[in-house]
Write a protein that binds this ligand. Structure first.
Ligand SMILES: NC(=O)c1ccc[n+]([C@@H]2O[C@H](COP(=O)([O-])OP(=O)(O)OC[C@H]3O[C@@H](n4cnc5c(N)ncnc54)[C@H](O)[C@@H]3O)[C@@H](O)[C@H]2O)c1
Length: 365
């Protein structure tokens, strides 16, 4: 494998292309790509494919991609309902896998992926890229140094005002996505909260979800549209907003608020992560350029702004994700985010949906 390794990209849509850029910045060679829309794989290879050695190519099937010479690892960046089959196929072929979030659609699928990984020479990393943002890394350092004291409450939120992705496409079709902003955005912020808190066991969850926008699809007015313009004749049967209170062993509570669409006056409330600890507290924008930490020093309550490199925080997060991926593939290091962590998070997401349906708190077994 030498100093680098060869990558195949499975799913060449929005985030598949972001992976391609991050892989190139990390000097990972893109040797193959596969998408059910062949033109997308062709385009990605034209733009990002390696020109070294045998060169790179768009594969005619996933099996052909997995059989290609030089593919040591793959990225799985397909719709959520295809994560399990694509990740398992790659692991069964002995490839290392960087699997996009959410890990899958159910804990049963997560178990299948974890079993495929343990039977494989390939290793598995889940795409919780937010862990790598400079703001998150800075706060994590403070936490690991014990400077927050006991963390007793975290608020984890992401708000979009009119940002339903691909309305009418796979994102808003429960069969393909598993749900709306809870499984799409919620996994990022809940994962980050649990990661910063040191992965406490989640015991109980109370949640509610809403679906108030985009009915009918043609009347929805968007400000941004990831994954293409609305499909007027498509399906929208997921939530567009969710809230939850997560109770962890030891008493930590995590309050979650996520929206794809909501009537929130611009700039009125900040999303991101708030952490309340007995010695210090913070609020930060996940991809923000600074972090303020409130703490007591010499008998005074002060706000400290730790220094960090604030150029392109989003790129830095992706680069951090790829550094871990590289260390996992080349040196067998522990992945940035493990399958077990993806599976625990899936159980939390499932419990929030169940709680919303039952209209009461539910326990996680
Ligand atoms: N980490 C992040 O911040 C982030 C951001 C956006 C999306 N995602 C995740 O990435 C995944 C893809 O999302 P996206 O926004 O790129 O969607 P997208 O619709 O832009 O791209 C998905 C691509 O997969 C292709 N595809 C569908 N089924 C396939 C199959 N069986 N085999 C091969 N290709 C197939 C589609 O043709 C499309 O090109 C989702 O799981 C999503 O949750 C992660």
């Amino acid at each position: 494998m030498g100093m680098t390794f060869g990558l195949g990209i499975i799913g060449c849509g929005g985030i598949g292309n972001v992976h391609a850029q991050a892989a190139r910045r990390a000097s990972v060679k893109i040797v193959g790509a596969w998408d059910i829309l062949p033109a997308r794989a062709e385009l990605l290879i034209q733009e990002h494919g390696s020109r070294e050695g045998l060169g790179s190519k768009a594969a005619p099937s996933i099996d052909a991609l997995l059989a290609m010479k030089g593919v040591d690892a793959v990225v799985v960046a397909v719709p959520n309902d295809r994560h399990c089959e694509c990740a398992c196929a790659a692991l069964k072929a002995g490839k290392h896998v960087l699997l996009e979030k959410p890990m899958a659609l159910s804990t049963a699928q997560c178990d299948e992926i974890i079993a495929a990984a343990s039977a494989s020479a390939g290793r598995l990393q889940i795409g919780f890229v937010c862990r790598g943002s400079p703001a998150a890394l800075t706060v994590k350092q403070w936490i690991d140094a014990g400077r927050f004291g006991e963390i007793y409450h975290i608020k984890a939120s992401l708000y979009r005002r009119r940002g339903i992705p691909g309305l009418g496409g796979w994102f808003t079709n429960k069969k393909h996505s598993g749900g709306g902003p809870l499984i799409d955005l919620g996994v990022h912020v809940i994962d980050l909260a649990l990661h910063l808190a040191g992965h406490p066991k989640v015991e109980r969850v109370s949640g509610a979800t809403w679906s108030k926008f985009g009915h009918p699809i043609g009347e929805y007015r968007y400000t941004s549209m990831w994954a293409g313009p609305p499909k007027i004749d498509g399906i929208f049967d997921v939530e567009d907003g969710a809230t939850a209170l997560i109770r962890c062993a030891g008493g930590l509570t995590i309050e979650v608020n996520v929206t794809w669409a909501a009537n929130i006056p611009e700039g009125s409330i900040k999303d991101g992560i708030s952490i309340w600890g007995s010695h210090a507290g913070t609020h930060f924008d996940i991809f923000g350029k600074d972090v303020a930490i409130a703490t007591e020093e010499q008998g005074m309550l002060v706000d400290i702004k730790p220094q960090f490199d604030a150029t392109n925080p989003m790129d830095q997060a992706w680069d951090q994700q790829y550094r871990h991926f590289q260390a996992m593939v080349m040196q067998g290091k522990t992945p940035f985010a493990t399958g077990a962590q993806g599976r625990s998070l899936q159980a939390v997401i499932d419990a929030v949906y169940e709680s919303s349906n039952l209209n009461r708190e539910v326990e996680i077994g």
